[in-house]
Write a protein that binds this ligand. Structure first.
Ligand code: 73E
Length: 858
């Protein structure tokens, strides 16, 4: 079966058969019907899981009603669309968000109560859709929420991984990993479109200018409706599942060759099987490139197919579609769109290039060198021979366009070799072909570069291709957008400064304040006199005038206390550790990475522990009790990050069981951190840590979530912390550490650097002393402390003392609960800017040129 799957021609349905929502029965009846006929159980006694299924499948119908109307309306109006291409969408759970965004909480809340449950209890039955690693994937999810809320015609496109981000466990204090099979109980939130399948090719050769792949699979679409808030608009996340062209080889099966019979099926299913669990690193595996071309090709084919239903001229594509590429992962789109326009639509190169560069836009999320994808030309040429040809041609035309400029620049430079040395040089050069100085100068602009670590190995620089092939390149926070112009894209910025933009990230205030913190949300609504702030977050500034009001502060604090209790319960149930609610709750939740410096946090914990131990019983009374909470996953192959987890759990074992310390200090590692845990942790946090080495964290987004929930921040002048400090007042944040502009120099000077603080030595000795198994943390300590090897790349030593100073400031302020609460209120009040609605509005106006197209109310 090599024919494209098709549903055939649609036939009109008689009006009387169209039910949609006109005959809506009461929610209660619908849920009971679902429990009986969908779940298949007697409704007289239902488990929480069965009740969840009944409710979810009922909400699904409301969602689909609005979804169908939105999509039909957009088909009729034919507005310009944004297509958000992302290898990751970290959606978390859907039930509460759907019920609230659709405005069903009254009707459904009542029905759920009658079943004997609460919405929260049922939601806890839902599996997280963890189809992302961390910030980048969660950002994509927040963006979908805002795109729908602003009624922007837009879809997300990605992969329906059968296994999401791995489940993290702890074994002897070390991270263990197990697969995340999140579809065990089915998925009420998706609509399988089994008839909608696109062919995706791999390998093969180019014959008469056209690609003849050796291997083909189907990309089968699954739609995930995305309800906007306060609107009838329901957008879409279309995820693709990979399926073989034919189920199995019957002939092989009949011959008893069972494994061979199902080979192709297994191979195809592998493509959409697992999310690569690396955040900010790349391993360059061929399967990953297969995943990328798989979803990108399907997304573009799907878009072109819809476009062609109503448009004849491909030149109109840029006025109807914009593709935003979320980091380099989908950037094969540049070559794929060119290929489809030329090989399938019959356009000439120049026309295709014009359309491509007007339709694509690119977001960079990191400057970590190990995250910038560079595919070996060999791998690309084998897997995607036609794309490789196109990439070479793009590169060569691009360099041609720069040759005149570069020639004049090279000509104006002084000659390299003096005449007497020239003869010498000629002799040496006899072995190797002479290097043309113009070609050498052009190399810095080239998409195809030589691997600096492996001579003769050529690589495709995906970030360069992305920036050359798109209309705009943006960073994700003000400082980051400046850094990329000075570093990785310096030469490109100088050529076309107008292409470079900043779009400071944002998070959805629905999930991250209104729904995850119902107590605070109610108080805000009551205080501001309406709930409009949920979609117009600038209105939160209205809280400022209450910041000094003692009665208001008291209410604010009592809500925090309730949230702390919920967090304490969660900690107890996940770790068995009891934590007191009168302590200061200090949280760092994010991927475990040396640049994020969870170990710096632990150094301060050790210092605090040693200080408590050294204090007299009388002096101990002065300590502010602290619960230090850490959560996050380490990439499976990242040895040092895994050691950092072991550091946290080992410190917890020692400190939590030390009777001398008692309730003054607790260290908790919450395993298997994910979106839904964040929804409980963030509202209960009082201080949160965003302590990356300046210049390394592109933006950060959990910092924004904590700020919204009135949690104070200790942080470096890095990523979006800088803008948060601007909005909330720098004096209100616990700022410490070296400046990004000094990082280069400080790294140079590491060999001669010594931490001038006796506490540093004490911490290092403690970690290498006999409290722990001999040598357990030697590698970790050497990594930051062995300056003979110029270690400490992330400058923990440079920031240590200032960090402890900032930590002390936290304790001092906490003793004055009124001053603390005032700051907490001011944080929430000044968080409006960090709504993803603001961010998406800027993308829509400044990059996409996409306008709202709201479904009329009736
Ligand atoms: O600073 C964060 C940023 O807030 C950044 O590290 C993260 O993106 C967030 C959203 O903009 C990020 N993730 C990745 N690169 N940057 C990444 C790279 C490779 C694989 C998976 C994720």
């Amino acid at each position: 079966d090599t024919k494209k799957k098709t549903n055939g021609k649609a036939k009109p349905v008689p009006m009387e058969l169209i039910r949609v929502d006109q005959q809506k029965a009461a929610a209660e009846t619908e849920i009971l019907r679902k429990i009986a006929y969908q779940v298949g159980v007697d409704a007289e006694s239902v488990t929480a899981q069965q009740a969840y299924q009944g409710v979810a499948w009922t909400v699904r119908e409301r969602l689909i009603d609005a979804f169908n109307k939105t999509q039909a309306y957009w088909r009729e109006k034919d507005p310009k669309f944004i297509y958000y291409l992302s290898a990751e969408f970290l959606m978390g759970r859907t039930l509460t968000n759907a019920v609230n965004n659709l405005g069903l909480e009254g009707e459904f809340g009542e029905a759920i109560r009658k079943l004997g449950y609460s919405l929260e209890e049922l939601q806890s039955q839902e599996q997280n859709a963890s189809l992302g690693n961390g910030g980048l994937g969660r950002l994509a999810a927040c963006f979908l929420d805002s795109i729908a809320t602003l009624s922007l015609p837009g879809w997300g496109y990605g992969i329906r991984y059968r296994y999401g981000m791995f489940r993290q466990g702890l074994e002897n204090g070390y991270q263990s990993e197990s697969p995340d099979y999140w579809l065990t109980n089915g998925n009420p939130w998706e609509i399988p479109r089994r008839e909608l399948a696109y062919k995706i090719g791999f390998y093969g050769s180019v014959q008469q200018g056209k690609w003849v792949p050796d291997e083909q699979v189907y990309a089968v679409a699954y739609d995930n409706p995305i309800p906007g808030y306060g609107t009838k608009t329901v957008g879409n996340l279309r995820l693709f599942d990979c399926q073989p062209m034919s189920e199995f080889k019957l002939a092989s099966f009949n011959e008893g060759k069972y494994s061979e019979a199902t080979d192709a099926k297994r191979k195809a299913e592998d493509i959409s099987a697992v999310l690569y669990p690396n955040d900010a690193t790349e391993y360059g595996r061929e399967l990953r490139l297969k995943q990328q071309i798989f979803f990108v090709s399907a997304a573009i084919q799907d878009t072109l197919a819809r476009f062609k239903k109503t448009h004849k001229d491909m030149k109109e594509l840029p006025s109807k579609a914009c593709f935003q590429m979320n980091d380099t992962h989908p950037t094969i789109a540049v070559a794929e769109l060119m290929r489809l326009l030329i090989d399938q639509e019959g356009l000439k190169w120049d026309a295709a290039w014009d359309i491509t560069t007007k339709s694509l836009a690119f977001t960079n999320h990191t400057v970590m060198p190990e995250a910038l994808e560079k595919w070996p030309v060999k791998v690309m040429a084998k897997l995607l021979p036609r794309h490789m040809e196109i990439i070479e041609k793009i590169d060569s035309i691009w360099k041609d366009s720069l040759r005149a400029k570069v020639t004049s620049e090279v000509g104006s430079q002084p000659k390299q070799a003096a005449p007497e040395k020239a003869a010498e040089a000629t002799k040496e050069a006899a072995a190797e072909p002479p290097v043309d100085p113009v070609e050498a100068a052009l190399a810095k602009y080239s998409i195809i570069t030589e691997n600096p670590w492996e001579k003769g190995v050529k690589l495709v620089n995906m970030a360069f291709m992305a920036t050359i092939g798109s209309k705009s390149t943006n960073g994700v926070a003000a400082i980051h957008s400046e850094i990329i112009k000075e570093t990785i894209f310096k030469d490109f910025y100088e050529l076309s400064p107008e292409k470079f933009q900043n779009k400071t990230n944002g998070v959805t205030p629905r999930r991250w304040l209104a729904y995850c913190n119902p107590g605070l949300s109610k108080l805000i609504t009551k205080t501001l006199g309406s709930d409009e702030w949920i979609s117009k977050t600038d209105q939160l500034t209205g809280l400022k005038q209450h910041a000094d009001d003692k009665a208001f502060q008291k209410q604010w604090r009592s809500i925090k206390l309730e949230n702390k209790q919920r967090l304490a319960d969660l900690i107890k149930s996940k770790t068995g550790i009891s934590v007191p609610t009168n302590a200061l709750y200090d949280v760092q939740i994010k991927r475990i990475h040396e640049y994020k410096r969870q170990h710096l946090n632990m150094f301060s914990v050790v210092n605090r522990y040693l200080e408590i131990k050294a204090a007299s019983p009388e002096e101990r009374k002065k300590f502010v009790p602290r619960v230090v909470i850490i959560g996050g996953k380490a990439a499976s192959a990242y040895v040092m990050a895994k050691k950092m987890i072991k550091l946290v759990t080992s410190l917890g074992d020692v400190i939590n069981n030390d009777p001398e310390v008692s309730d003054l200090l607790k260290v908790v590692f919450i395993p298997d951190y994910n979106v839904s845990l964040a929804e409980t942790i963030i509202p209960g946090a009082e201080v949160s840590q965003h302590i990356s080495t300046a210049g390394t964290e592109a933006s950060g987004t959990s910092n924004m979530k904590f700020q919204m929930n009135g949690c104070l921040i200790i942080g470096t002048m890095d990523g979006a912390n800088i803008e948060i400090a601007q909005e909330s007042g720098k004096e209100n944040m616990f700022v410490f550490g070296v400046d990004a502009k000094d990082i280069g120099r400080l790294r140079e000077e590491r060999k001669n650097f010594k931490v001038n603080d006796p506490r540093w030595e004490k911490v290092m000795s403690f970690l290498t002393g006999n409290t722990f198994e001999q040598g357990l943390f030697q590698d970790l300590v050497d990594n930051v402390n062995d300056m003979s090897k110029a270690n400490d790349w992330f400058l923990l030593g440079n920031d240590f003392t200032d960090y402890l100073r900032a930590q002390d400031e936290i304790d001092v302020l906490y003793k004055d609960q009124d001053a603390w609460t005032k700051r907490s209120i001011l944080y929430t009040a000044s968080s409006g800017f960090f709504s993803s609605d603001r961010c998406i509005d800027q993308y829509a106006k400044e990059i996409w040129d996409v306008k709202p197209c709201p479904v009329p109310s009736s």
